[in-house]
Write a protein that binds this ligand. Structure first.
Ligand SMILES: [Zn+2]
Ligand SMILES: [Zn+2]
Ligand SMILES: [Zn+2]
Length: 143
């Protein structure tokens, strides 16, 4: 059975010898219950609704801890903004990004995945990871 991200994070905190604080708990709840691909600002605004005493720096540091703990992944879409998404173990997807409104859509396509490995193989490469980002205009913005 897959352990929940909450438990994974608790184990990480214990391993690191850190205290598990209420504030971190609140940040975690907000993160897990929110949309994927959130920036630190996005999450900070959400966290503030629950607890206005939590500062931006705490949210920032806690997100870094999530990434270190392997329950969040940093993503960069080339706009200088760091975003975070939930990592599900063994799961993979790629992104469609709207250059007008910034909407992010996830997709996964087996043919593309296979082709990428084949191409890498032709160069004697073994792929460890990759990201594929398609930039364009989303249906809403095209209207
Ligand atoms: Zn992919
Ligand atoms: Zn759009
Ligand atoms: Zn994603």
């Amino acid at each position: 059975m897959k352990r929940s991200k909450k438990i994974l994070f608790q184990e990480f905190i214990a391993r690191k010898g850190l205290k598990s604080t209420r504030q971190r708990g609140t940040v975690l709840e907000s993160f897990l219950s929110s949309d994927n691909h959130m920036s630190t600002e996005d999450l900070y605004l959400k966290v503030r609704e629950k607890n206005p005493n939590i500062g931006y720096a705490t949210v920032y540091r806690t997100l870094k801890l999530f990434a270190e703990a392997g329950i969040a992944r940093e993503i960069h879409f080339g706009d200088g903004q760091t975003r975070y998404e939930h990592v599900a173990e063994g799961e993979h997807h790629d992104h469609l990004i709207c250059t007008r409104c910034g909407a992010v859509t996830e997709f996964e396509n087996e043919t593309i995945e296979r082709l990428q490995s084949e191409i890498a193989g032709q160069f004697g490469f073994v792929v460890e990871k990759h990201k594929l980002e398609l930039y364009g205009i989303c249906p809403k913005c095209r209207k």
